[in-house]
Each structure stands twice: as structure tokens, then as C-alpha cells.
Write a protein that binds this ligand. Structure first.
Ligand code: ADP
Ligand code: ASP
Ligand code: MG
Length: 401
């Protein structure tokens, strides 16, 4: 089999752990598999590099940031290859460029445009284990780009697609996808399988166990994707196409996203184009708007609420100030969080949302915003009740059973 494996920051967090990963790779290789291994930077390394840059300015050039941040993954890739070679295995470390990954020009959040797998295929033919520095590629001008935080997951899935690999295994410190973050709710249960769509909701709603863009791509390319632990030989979770029996499960998981800030605009002029102006301005500044709620207008004005990432809270404030002639009052709150309930079974069952609202009400938790899709219900609440909400929702949907 040709397997793409990806080891995250915690799995390669120090030299002993890199050695542990080398041993696991060696074992798979001894079993006869061809391996392309994608690695993250050692845990904390990317944050450390960002902090170094912020020592000089809070707004470093994104192109320089990509040059800087891509170095973390290169360190791990080289060390892992050196470790394997010292054990007598033939391996080669590659940067994103050497692995043939071409992206667009969006520095620090680039999209993969194409992959030329020929260098990797040549090395595989020669019997080498390939170790690729994750999270990076180059644009058409040859500048290094990075793929957004958590982007090594995306590198792995994209390479699995380009190489037509038999499967892609994402290794972290948890042995699969759980009904909720096991760090918040120790009673969380591991799922044997989960659909791409449910996983995409979980990731997009804040479960960082898999980067959302990687799940989206896995679905598109139909990559057989596993989440596993680098610290055990447990089975893991298969992320796959939806099957009929998945619909029997009403709710497959609950998610907490602490990285949310709420913006409420009161008395917004109720005229065509105002929403377009507000959200175009936010989009121009690359601010990702999540939940948007607008009421029916009365007496020529309406209320508009939305959420942005906490890091963009101050930026949003500044941008909204330019609308003061169109808006009576503004309210900003970054002490909020979003709790979400996800499950494909919701498509065919009523009452899932009502249960969530009741559970929060029973715990005296006020819901500030609600948004729903076919397979999820999300609620914005006070940040201090986030973990309590997750635990009580987890129990209410009997996810611990
Ligand atoms: P890596 O550094 O290897 O990429 P991450 O830290 O990005 O790993 O992802 C693993 C973490 O995801 C776990 O430590 C866990 O706390 C968190 N997590 C959040 N939600 C879930 C979930 N539903 N199932 C499993 N892990 C989850
Ligand atoms: N090192 C990068 C990050 O911390 C990419 C990754 O780990 O996937 O976001
Ligand atoms: Mg990750």
C-alpha cells in the first residue's frame, strides 16, 4: 500500500518523540508499505516564531512571515529523515517546493493550486521513505507560502490525492474523533466512523483535531482519511462518505469554539445595499464573518448581528466606526463562545434544536445568537458557560452512552 501519514506538533514535540515517530514509520516500512510522511513543526514552534516577529512589529509582512514560519516544518522533516537514516532506512526530506506543491499568492493562507508528484514518485520507486515539510508550498514566482494554521493536515490530504495513495493517516495526541473534545469532557466517546460532512462541520465549528480545509479536500478527492494517535496502536476513526446507518445516529458530536467575538449593530438604515457594504468592507480586510443575524426591519431600521474571530474584534470595531451615519448604536463583546451540535441524523429528525435550547435554559444559560443548517445547530453564549454547555449537551444527547 501507499500510505500518506501526517504527524502533528505534539507527536514530534521533542527528540524522543521524533524517535518514536521514526520507529513507527520503520515498522510500517518493514511491513512492506510505501510511505510519504508529512510533518508539522515541533509543538509551540510556530507560535514562538510568530512571537519573534511580533517583537519587532504587530503587523509583519505576510511574505516574510511565510519564509519564517515554513522553517519550523523543515526542521522536523530534516530531523526525522536523519533519525530514519541513522536506523538504516533510506529516506529523503523534502520542502513543499521539492514535493511539487504550487499554491496561489495568498501569503499565510495560501490555497494549493496544483501538485507535481513526479519527484516524490521517483523517490518512492527508488525505495525511499519521503518526509515532507507540511504547511507550505511555493507560488508561481517561487516564493514560499504557508497554508493557514493547522495546514499540515491539508498538505497530507493534498499529497494523498496527488499520489493516489491508498489512505491518509493523521496522527495526533488523541486516538480518533470523539463526540466532543476529550479534554473538556472526559466521558467523550471515540467514533469508529464519521461522515466527511459531519467532520467538516466539527472542524469548521472549532474542533481543531482536523483542519477544516483538509476535510473539505478529502471529501472532494474521496481520500480515505483516518485520525489516529502517535502514542498508541488503537484503531482510530475513519472519515468517509455518508452511509445510511449514519442517519440513525441523531447527533454525532458537540463542539466548543472559544475564538468568537460578537458584533451587534442597532438601528441600521434599512436600505438595499447596506449589508453588502458592511460585509464587503470586512471581507476586504480578510475578516472571516461567521454567524450573521438580521431582523425584519421596522420604521426604516433593523438590527444586525454577526460574529468574527476574537483576534479580529478590534479591527471590526475600527471598520464599523466608518458606518456611524448609517447605524444608531454598536455593541462589541469578545467574552462569548459558540457551542454547536452536529449530526447528519438531524436531516430526518425533528426536535434536536429544541433539546439544545431546553438544556441551556435548564442551566440558566442565555442564548445570544442561533444559527442552523441541515446538520448543525450553533448557539452563541457567554464565554464563562462554554464548557458547562458542552458537558450538559453531551449528556442530553446521550453521547456518553
Ligand atoms: P496536532 O498538533 O497533532 O495537529 P491538534 O492539537 O491540532 O493536533 O489536534 C488534536 C487536539 O484536538 C486534541 O488534543 C483535542 O484536544 C482536540 N480536539 C477537539 N475536538 C476534538 C474531538 N471532537 N475529537 C478529538 N480531539 C478533539
Ligand atoms: N505548524 C503549523 C501550525 O502550528 C501547521 C500545522 O501544525 O499543521 O499551525
Ligand atoms: Mg492540528
Amino acid at each position: 500500500m501507499l500510505i500518506v501519514q501526517k504527524y502533528g506538533g505534539t507527536s514530534v514535540g521533542d527528540l524522543d518523540r521524533i524517535e518514536n515517530v521514526a520507529n513507527r514509520i520503520a515498522k510500517a516500512r518493514d511491513g512492506g508499505d510505501d510511505l510519504v510522511v508529512v510533518v508539522s513543526a515541533m509543538s509551540g514552534e510556530t507560535n514562538k516564531l510568530i512571537a519573534f516577529a511580533n517583537h519587532f512589529t504587530s503587523n509583519p509582512a505576510k511574505k516574510e512571515m511565510d519564509m519564517l514560519l515554513s522553517s519550523g516544518e523543515r526542521v522536523t522533516a530534516s530531523l526525522l529523515s536523519i533519525a530514519l537514516q541513522s536506523m538504516g532506512y533510506e529516506s529523503i526530506a523534502m520542502s513543499g517546493r521539492q514535493a511539487g506543491i504550487i499554491t496561489d499568492d495568498t501569503h499565510t493562507y495560501a490555497r494549493i493550486e496544483s501538485i507535481d508528484p513526479s519527484a516524490m514518485q521517483d523517490a518512492i520507486k527508488k525505495g525511499k521513505i519521503i518526509i515532507v515539510a507540511g504547511f507550505q508550498g511555493i507560488n508561481k514566482d517561487g516564493s514560499v507560502t504557508t497554508l493557514g494554521r493547522g495546514g499540515s493536515d491539508l498538505s497530507a490530504v493534498a499529497l494523498a490525492g496527488a499520489l493516489d495513495a491508498d489512505q491518509c493517516e493523521i496522527y495526533s495526541d488523541v486516538d480518533g474523533i470523539y463526540t466532543t473534545d476529550p479534554r473538556i469532557e472526559p466521558k467523550a466517546k471515540k467514533l469508529d466512523t464519521i461522515s466527511y460532512d459531519e467532520m467538516l462541520e466539527l472542524s469548521s465549528l472549532g474542533a481543531k483535531v482536523l483542519q477544516n480545509r483538509s476535510v473539505e479536500l478529502a471529501k472532494k478527492l474521496n481520500v480515505k482519511l483516518f485520525a489516529k494517535s502517535s502514542f498508541s496502536d488503537n484503531e482510530g476513526t475513519l472519515i468517509t462518505k455518508e452511509s445510511n446507518n449514519m442517519e440513525e445516529v441523531l447527533v454525532s458530536g458537540v463542539v466548543l469554539d472559544k475564538n468568537q467575538a460578537r458584533v451587534t449593530l442597532r438601528g441600521v438604515s434599512d436600505r438595499p445595499g447596506i449589508a453588502a457594504e458592511i460585509f464587503t468592507l470586512l471581507a476586504k480586510e480578510n475578516i472571516n464573518v461567521d454567524m450573521i443575524i438580521q431582523n425584519m426591519g421596522t420604521d426604516g431600521s433593523t438590527n444586525l448581528g454577526f460574529t468574527v474571530p476574537q483576534s479580529e474584534h478590534e479591527n471590526a470595531k475600527v471598520l464599523m466606526a466608518s458606518f456611524d451615519h448609517d447605524i444608531e448604536g454598536m455593541d462589541f463583546d469578545n467574552k462569548v463562545c459558540k457551542v454547536s451540535v452536529v449530526g447528519v441524523g438531524m436531516k430526518s429528525h425533528a426536535g434536536v434544536a429544541a433539546t439544545a435550547f431546553t438544556v441551556l435554559a435548564d442551566n440558566n444559560i442565555n442564548i445570544q445568537m442561533i444559527s442552523t443548517s441541515e446538520i448543525k445547530v450553533s448557539m452563541v453564549i457567554d464565554e464563562k458557560y462554554g464548557e458547562l454547555a458542552i458537558r450538559t449537551l453531551h449528556e442530553a444527547y446521550e453521547l456518553d452512552k
